[in-house]
Every structure is written in structure tokens, then in C-alpha cells.
Design a protein. Structure first.
Length: 368
């Protein structure tokens, strides 16, 4: 493959509802889209970082510069054997995996389209439908949270994830569990606690949670191992797993029993496949996390979720939960059984709504 054009676009998309986590509230997304071209054929990817450096160190403005000044020059016009070799072209850059992963994912989409294959088959996926859960943010009141959970359970979603933080945790989970004794329920802390909170977090063992996600520091594995030894509830690692090597280390240290794989967080499909394989070899189930993606990132997540070890329902849900209108057509829809039917069109399987993307675009730059 020889990429002859890379176009960066920053789009602005208001969320249907604000989304609040322990690190902040998002009301509208700014999303960096990456389009790659070879001989007139194109592929699209999405940089999944936030608007500010709060989930991890990346954010949209930095992503733009990293891609423009450091990644694109290493990829444009280079003779690259295949999409599987794109990540290595920027492996000398430290961090910035979401930025690099946005471009990497675009090249997989391009390659799949050139082969006239669905992306999910091209990466070795096998599922034809994927199981969906939802992630529900911190609300102003417990009543509002209960109302939202009721709605998503009615819609068919297979598990509910609620965000927690100090002051919005044990008592809220207790009320959710009392109202919904049988649902598959989990909590995501986004690194809001420390080991000093062990006794507090231990109270969550009472509620039969499927897992508690990333309770401790975003870059920690060691303390998670100490915490897991004290908890009955499985820990699921999100932020701190950025490479397959991290996954191996975390598994070896027993820092968690489940891994959330996010395509961007690990730098694209090549590394996501490796993380998936490491987890599978150790009998650790994985699921696909979300970053409030537009349809493009969502479609990539669906493809990723077709791999064999994506055993648990992911945070990949319907377009309409996020957007009045998505930038792909048709929008991602979830059945009343809480599943997404995988599409068989080439590449990521959806059409781009080009006019709408243009309308949403704040800036655009083409690199040749
Ligand atoms: O930790 O999984 C997370 C959203 C933004 C940043 C981090 C996370 C999330 C979510 C939302 O939980 C998942 C989604 O619905 O896309
Ligand atoms: Mg998380």
C-alpha cells in the first residue's frame, strides 16, 4: 500500500444528552476524522480522544499536530506491505495512540475496501452479530439514573454500566440494585480512587456487579493487583492497558479478570488484535469499550467486536443514543435483543454522509 493523500477534518457534533464521568462532562464532541487515499480509493478512521486531556493525555488539537507533523510524513508515499504494517511506521512516537490509531484504522478500512471485503472479515472476525450494553453517565439525581436504566433495559440492552465517582458510588449502586435485582450491572470509576479507598470499594462486593472498571490510576497496574486481591468483584482494566505487553503484565499480576479493549487507546487494529490474543490465551474475556464515537469509530468498534474473545457485551450502542443524526448511513441500530447485526458491505460497512460531514467540519487539511 502507498498512501498518496491524508485528509484531516475536525467535526463538531452536539450530543443528544450530556455525558458525565468522574473526570468531567461532555456536551458536544469535537472529533478528528482521518481519510486516507491510494489511487482514488479511500478509507476512513476516527481519532477517539476527548476534547481535553482528561481520559488520557490526548486531545483533539494535539492529535491534529501529531498526525500532521509526525505521523503523516512517515506514512505518505511510503511503501507499506499492508495495513498491518502501518502502526510500525509511527511506533517511534511515544504515546498518542488514539491519534496514530485513527490513521491506522483508516488504512484497514481502505485495504478492506480494496479487497472488496467487509472489514470484520478482513481482521479475522467471526461473529455475525454483536452483544450490546450501554454506559450511563453520572446524573443529577438517582431518580433520573433509575429512569434512564429502565429505558435502556426496556430497549433490550444486555448490560448496564453506570459511572461512579466518590460521592456517587456505593449508595447509588445500592439503589440501582434494589430497583433492578436481576440485570447485568457494572460500574466504571475512570480512575477516581486510590488504594486508600479499598474498604470503601469493598462495599460494592455486596451488589453482584459483573465488574468494576478502572477504579485506580489511569497508568497503574500494580495497585490494581493489590485491590483485586481484596475484592470479590472482578476488576476490568480500561485506561491502563495500552499495549499487549501491558495486558500480559496485568494478567500475570492478577490486576484484573477482564479487559476492555478500545481501538484507539491501544493504537489501532494491529495492537487491538494482539491484546485480544493475549487475553484469549490466558482465558481473560474482553469487551469493546466506547469513546462516544461518531458512526465511523462506531463502525470500526463493531468490526473489532466480531473477534472470538469479545465474549461480554460492549459499550457499542445505537447511533441515536448519541446523535440526532449520524455521519454514516444507515445509522447503527440495536435490536430489541440488544444486538447489532454486522453488515457485509466492503470496509466498515456503512456509507458516509458526505454533505453532513461537510456541514459539521470546523477545519480541514489535506496532506500529500
Ligand atoms: O471509560 O469507558 C469509558 C466515554 C468517554 C470516555 C471514557 C469512557 C466512556 C464511556 C462511554 O464509558 C462509552 C460509550 O458509550 O461510547
Ligand atoms: Mg472505562
Amino acid at each position: 500500500m502507498k498512501i498518496d493523500r491524508i485528509t484531516l477534518r475536525e467535526i463538531r457534533m452536539p450530543l443528544v444528552h450530556p455525558f458525565e464521568t468522574s473526570f468531567g462532562r461532555t456536551t458536544e464532541r469535537h472529533i478528528l476524522l482521518v481519510e486516507v487515499e491510494e489511487n482514488g480509493a479511500t478509507g476512513w478512521g476516527e481519532v477517539t480522544c476527548g476534547e481535553g486531556p482528561f481520559y488520557n493525555e490526548e486531545w483533539v488539537d494535539a492529535a491534529w499536530l501529531i498526525l500532521r507533523d509526525f505521523v503523516a510524513p512517515r506514512v505518505l508515499h511510503a511503501d507499506i506491505a499492508s495495513a498491518a504494517h502501518v502502526a510500525a511506521r509511527s511506533a517511534h512516537i511515544r504515546g498518542h495512540r488514539m491519534s496514530r490509531g485513527g490513521l491506522e484504522a483508516a488504512t484497514w478500512d481502505l485495504e478492506a475496501r480494496q479487497l472488496r471485503m467487509p472489514l470484520w472479515k478482513h481482521i479475522g472476525g467471526s461473529r455475525t452479530q454483536i452483544d450490546c450494553g450501554v454506559s450511563i453517565g453520572i446524573q443529577d439525581t438517582v431518580e433520573e439514573l433509575l429512569r434512564l436504566i429502565e429505558r435502556e433495559v426496556q430497549a433490550g440492552y444486555q448490560r448496564i454500566k453506570m459511572k461512579i465517582k466518590p460521592g456517587w458510588d456505593v449508595d447509588v449502586v445500592r439503589r440501582v440494585r434494589a430497583a433492578f435485582p436481576d440485570i447485568r450491572l457494572m460500574a466504571d470509576a475512570n480512575s477516581a480512587y486510590t488504594l486508600a479507598d479499598t474498604a470503601h470499594l469493598k462495599q460494592l462486593d455486596e451488589f453482584n456487579l459483573m465488574m468494576i472498571e478502572q477504579p485506580l490510576s489511569h497508568d497503574d497496574i500494580i495497585d490494581h493487583a493489590a485491590l483485586q486481591a481484596q475484592l470479590d468483584t472482578p476488576i476490568c482494566l480500561d485506561e491502563c492497558i495500552r499495549t499487549a505487553r501491558h495486558a500480559e503484565q496485568a494478567i500475570e499480576m492478577k490486576a484484573g479478570r477482564i479487559i476492555n479493549i478500545k481501538l484507539g487507546r491501544v493504537g489501532g487494529f494491529s495492537e487491538a488484535l494482539l491484546v485480544h490474543n493475549v487475553a484469549r490465551a490466558h482465558g481473560i474475556p474482553v469487551w469493546c469499550g466506547g469513546m462516544l464515537e461518531s458512526g465511523i469509530g462506531r463502525a470500526h468498534n463493531i468490526a473489532l467486536s466480531t473477534l472470538a474473545n469479545f465474549i461480554l457485551p460492549g459499550d457499542v450502542s445505537a447511533s441515536k443514543r448519541y446523535w440526532k443524526q449520524d455521519i454514516i448511513r444507515p445509522p447503527v441500530e440495536v435490536s430489541s435483543q440488544g444486538t447489532i447485526e454486522v453488515r457485509n458491505e466492503p470496509g466498515f460497512g456503512y456509507e458516509l454522509h458526505h454533505e453532513y460531514i461537510s456541514e459539521l467540519t470546523l477545519r480541514e487539511e489535506t496532506l500529500r
